[in-house]
Write a protein that binds this ligand. Structure first.
Ligand code: NAD
Ligand code: ZN
Length: 370
């Protein structure tokens, strides 16, 4: 299956299917400027999926080097970026050498940023291996790394030449990682795709169990959704109904992640799960959305044991600290936070008129300390 991503300059396709990694050479070879690639991956993914990829590159006579980093968010750092870049340049690469990212969102963001900046920009291919990366981070061209001042503050837009989303790669993914990716799919449905939300209600359990047919369909639907949003607003400049809506649940989610740290205690998608619940609860509180839609969302998330309240966490949270994290988030403008709210399932909009006292009361109602 193919999902086109149609952009003003660099349009490309997301290929979705099983065993794409074993056939990657044949898909990629016609797109290369020079029959030479450097694969950037992480240690866990390279142990599981790199041999198939290398075999397929060998079959198609693509000259290949590999740079592997330690798995996990810590690798989206200036230090790792510097190491990868130094190693890459020492390989004597040229402007036509293509960077291939094989891994989850961490590898995709890091490798994409390396590709965007090495020799002022190298062609780049994404082979996402987590559900989150297949439905979200590999599509859209945002690349970057973290800084001590916050997540994703150093980055560039750099679109891939092609994305190969191999559903078979998800078989080795721990269930918890699948749940985290799934939260972004539910989010997509909530934003503007009520059919996708209804599909999730009927098929979410199969997706989390790793059923290949359900996974392929989920990836196709969520990619098509993200591709449409990105095509309409490539660089996040539209004021309404653009890419900013993809941040639904993320203002809350990022605050929770920032509070707990990025050491794997909580996954991004778990924070997004409670984040979308809070965004809907806030929308109901402000009179924008009907209470039935909040109940319907919670029913779905809880049926899959996904977080919908602060009780899900072992830690206790202070509402003040969470509010502080939110106001430090980069989406602030003129001292006002932009929230993505809902008129109901499938109807997101942005608002800068949310009183912080309302947010504070909501957090306290939901189980935070004052
Ligand atoms: P990740 O890349 O850290 O992968 C999660 C873990 O799973 C890692 O330990 C990895 O080694 C392992 N793994 C990956 N593929 C596997 C497989 N097939 N089998 C077994 N283990 C596997 O995390 P992620 O959730 O994929 O990505 C999170 C990152 O994505 C964050 O840094 C976030 O900021 C970024 N992100 C970027 C965008 C974007 O638009 N660029 C969007 C959303 C998220
Ligand atoms: Zn996200």
């Amino acid at each position: 299956q193919k999902v086109p991503v149609t952009l003003a300059q660099h349009s490309y396709e997301v290929l979705i299917g099983s065993d794409l990694i074993s056939r990657a050479g044949a898909w990629i070879a016609p797109l290369l400027r020079q029959k030479r690639v450097v694969v950037i991956t992480d240690d866990a993914v390279s142990a599981l999926h790199l041999p198939r990829l290398l075999a397929s590159f060998e079959e198609t006579a693509i000259q290949t080097d590999v740079i592997s980093v330690v798995g996990g968010e810590e690798s989206k750092s200036l230090t790792t970026y510097g190491e990868v870049m130094t190693r890459l340049l020492s390989l004597g690469i040229e402007r036509g050498t293509t960077i291939v990212a094989l891994g989850g969102g961490v590898v995709g963001d890091l490798a994409g940023f390396v590709a965007a900046t090495a020799l002022r920009g190298l062609p780049f291919i994404q082979i996402p291996t987590t559900l989150l990366a297949q439905v979200d981070s590999s599509v859209g061209g945002k690349t970057g790394i973290n800084s001590p001042s916050g997540k994703n503050l150093i980055g560039a837009f750099h679109q891939p030449v092609i994305v190969l989303a191999d559903n078979s790669a998800l078989a080795t993914l721990p269930r918890r990682q699948r749940v985290a990716g799934y939260a972004e799919i539910v989010k997509s449905g909530l934003i503007a795709d009520p059919d996708l939300f209804a599909w999730c209600e009927n098929n979410g359990g199969n997706v989390l169990d790793g059923d290949p047919t359900a996974l392929a369909e989920a990836v196709r639907r969520a990619c098509a959704f993200k591709a449409a949003v990105v095509a309409a607003d490539e660089k996040e400049q539209a004021k309404q109904n653009g890419r900013a809506l993809l941040n639904l649940g993320h203002t809350f989610g990022h605050a929770i992640e920032a509070e707990l740290g990025y050491d794997g205690r909580i996954l991004h998608g778990e924070a997004v799960s409670i984040g979308i619940h809070l965004a809907m609860a806030l929308s109901v509180k402000l009179g924008h959305a009907p209470a039935e839609d909040l109940a319907r969302l919670d029913r779905h998330l809880r049926s899959l044991e996904m977080p919908t309240s602060f009780d899900w966490f072992e830690e206790s949270f202070s509402s003040q600290t969470l509010l502080d994290h939110m106001t430090r988030d980069k989406k602030m403008q003129n001292g006002r936070i932009s929230f993505v709210l809902l008129h109901g399932i499938g109807k997101a909009f942005t608002s800068r008129d949310v009183p912080m006292e309302t947010v504070r009361n909501l957090l306290i109602n939901e189980g935070c300390r004052p």
